[in-house]
Design a protein around this ligand. Structure first.
Ligand code: GDP
Length: 427
C-alpha cells in the first residue's frame, strides 16, 4: 500500500527504527516529520549498530530518498556529526538520497543552553529534558522567533532575523537566568560553519513529495517518540514539544493533504519510559534491573537508564486509538523470556473504581495498577521466524495482547537483527 506511517504507541523507544529499516526497502521515500535529536533509533543491519537521531532510517537503503520534513527542528552541528559517523561506516549520503526541508527549524547552540538553564532553574521540578534544545526551539517557532533552514540561502535576511531574535532572547538569558548574553557573531559563525556543509541538502521537500506521489512512489513516514508524548494528547507537560501522531505525518512532512493508507503502530512486549512524569506500575530494585538489563533499556541518545514496567494495557490501548493504528508490530518479545510468569497491567485502581481506559493526566498520580498474570515460556525464542515456532505460552501472550489492543499484531520481533522478525501476513 502506498503511504504508510510507522509510529510509536507508548512513550517512545518501541523499536520503530528497526521496523522502518525493515520496511524501508519497499518504499521509495522515507520521511521524518517531527522532533529533533532528543531521541534516537538504534538500527542493527549490515552497517553494524548505528544510532540515528535526525536522519531517517531509510538512509541504509541506497535507492531510498530520505526527507527531513517541515515539522522537524534540526541542530546543524549534530546533523553534520551524524552524517559523518554514518559515512565512516560506509553509508552513502548525498543530496540525492537526503533532503532537508527549507521550512524545518534550526536548533541553535543557545537553545541547548536555554534548555539547560531552565532545567537548572527548576531544580527538583525539572522535566527531565535531554537538554538538546528541542523545547526552546519549538517554543520559539510558535513565538515566531526562529530561523528556518532555508534562511541559510538568504544571508541578509538571516542576519537581520538573528539580530532581532537575539535582542529578545538575551533579555531572558540575562534577566531570568543571570547568564552571559548570546554573542551575535559567534552564532553567525556557527551557522556558516555547519550551514555551508548542509546547504546542498536543503530544498523544497513539498515539491519532492508532490512529484514522488504523482509518479506513484510509495512514501513511508517515520515518527520519533510515541503517542503518549504527543504535545496535546500525551501526558502533558511530560511530553515532547511536537506531535508524533500519524495524523500529523502529512503536515510535518511537507504535503499536508496527503492521505495515509496504513499506520503501523510499534509497541514493546513490556513498557518503558524515559524522563520524568507519571509512570503507572513502575518497577524498582532487582525486578526493574532484570527487565532493564534483559532489554538493554538505556537511552539511544543519552544513555540514561529507562524506567520499566510490564505491558500496560490501558496506556497502550489509548496509544493505539490516538495513532489510529491499522496494524501493530510487537517488539522485543524475546526480552521477557526469562520471566516465570508474565504480569500485565489490565487496569488502574482509582479509589473504589477500576479504570480500564487511560485517564486524564492528573489522575495518573492517584491510580494503582491492577495486574493479571500469564504463564511465561522460559526458553530462547530468538530463532523463531514463524508464529508457530513460538512456544504456546508466547503465542498465547501475543494473542492476548492482540485481543486487548483490538488491532492485528502483524509483526513480532524476537531479536534486534533485521531478520529476527515474524511476519504473520505478507507486508
Ligand atoms: P525506537 O526509537 O523506537 O527505534 O527504539 P530504540 O532504538 O530506542 O530502541 C530499540 C532498541 O531495542 C534498539 O537497541 C534495538 O536494536 C533493540 N531491539 C529492537 N527490536 C528488538 C527485539 O525484538 N529484541 C531485542 N532484544 N532487541 C530489540
Amino acid at each position: 500500500m502506498a503511504n504508510t506511517a510507522i509510529v510509536g504507541i507508548a512513550f517512545g523507544d518501541e523499536g520503530k527504527g528497526r521496523m522502518v529499516d525493515y520496511l524501508a526497502e519497499d518504499y521509495d521515500v522515507v520521511v521524518r516529520y517531527q522532533g529533533g535529536n532528543n531521541a534516537g533509533h538504534t538500527v542493527i543491519n549490515e552497517f553494524g549498530k548505528n544510532a540515528l537521531h535526525l536522519i531517517p532510517s531509510g538512509i541504509f537503503n541506497p535507492d531510498t530518498v530520505n526527507i527531513m520534513g517541515t515539522g522537524m527542528v534540526i541542530d546543524l552541528e549534530s546533523l553534520v556529526e551524524e552524517m559523518e559517523a554514518l559515512k565512516k561506516v560506509g553509508v552513502s549520503i548525498t543530496p540525492e538520497n537526503l533532503k532537508i526541508s527549507e521550512r524545518a527549524i534550526i536548533v541553535l547552540p543557545y537553545h541547548r543552553l536555554q534548555d539547560q538553564y531552565e532545567e537548572e532553574r527548576l531544580k527538583d521540578k525539572a522535566y527531565g529534558s535531554t537538554k538538546r534544545g528541542i523545547a526552546p526551539s519549538y517554543g520559539d517557532k510558535y513565538m515566531k522567533k526562529s530561523l528556518q533552514m532555508g534562511y541559510l540561502f538568504h544571508q541578509d535576511y538571516l542576519e537581520e532575523q538573528l539580530g532581532l531574535i537575539l535582542e529578545w532572547k538575551n533579555c531572558s538569558f540575562e534577566a531570568t537566568y543571570h547568564k552571559p548574553a548570546i554573542e551575535y557573531q559567534q552564532t553567525l559563525d556557527w551557522l556558516k560553519k555547519y550551514g555551508d556543509i548542509l546547504k546542498p541538502y536543503i530544498t523544497d521537500v513539498s515539491k519532492v513529495l508532490e512529484e514522488a506521489t504523482l509518479a506513484g512512489k510509495k512514501v513511508l513516514f517515520e515518527a520519533q517518540l510515541g503517542a503518549l508524548r504527543d504535545i496535546t494528547y500525551g501526558i502533558y507537560p511530560y511530553t515532547s514539544s511536537s506531535s508524533p501522531l500519524a495524523a500529523f505525518a502529512p503536515v510535518g512532512s511537507g504535503l499536508p493533504g496527503l492521505e495515509l493508507d496504513r499506520t503501523v503502530g510499534v509497541l514493546k512486549a513490556y513498557t518503558t519510559c524515559v524522563g520524568d512524569g507519571p509512570f503507572v506500575g513502575e518497577l524498582d530494585g532487582e525486578e526493574a534491573d532484570k527487565l532493564r538489563e534483559a532489554g538493554g533499556e538505556y537511552g539511544a541518545s543519552t544513555g540514561r537508564p529507562r524506567r520499566v514496567t510490564y505491558f500496560d494495557i490501558p496506556a497502550h490501548r489509548y496509544g493505539v486509538k490516538l495513532q489510529a493504528a491499522t496494524e501493530l508490530a510487537l517488539t522485543k518479545l524475546d526480552v521477557i523470556s526469562y520471566l516465570e510468569e508474565v504480569p500485565v497491567i489490565t487496569g488502574y485502581k482509582l479509589g473504589d473504581e477500576i479504570l480500564t481506559e487511560f485517564p486524564y493526566t492528573p489522575l495518573l498520580d492517584e491510580v494503582e495498577p491492577v495486574y493479571e498474570t500469564l504463564p511465561g515460556w522460559k526458553q530462547d525464542i530468538s530463532h523463531a521466524r514463524k508464529f508457530e515456532d513460538l512456544p504456546q505460552e508466547a503465542q498465547d501472550y501475543v494473542l492476548y495482547l492482540e485481543e486487548a489492543m483490538g488491532v492485528p499484531m502483524r509483526y513480532i520481533s524476537v531479536g534486534p537483527e533485521r531478520e529476527a522478525l515474524i511476519v504473520r501476513e505478507s507486508k
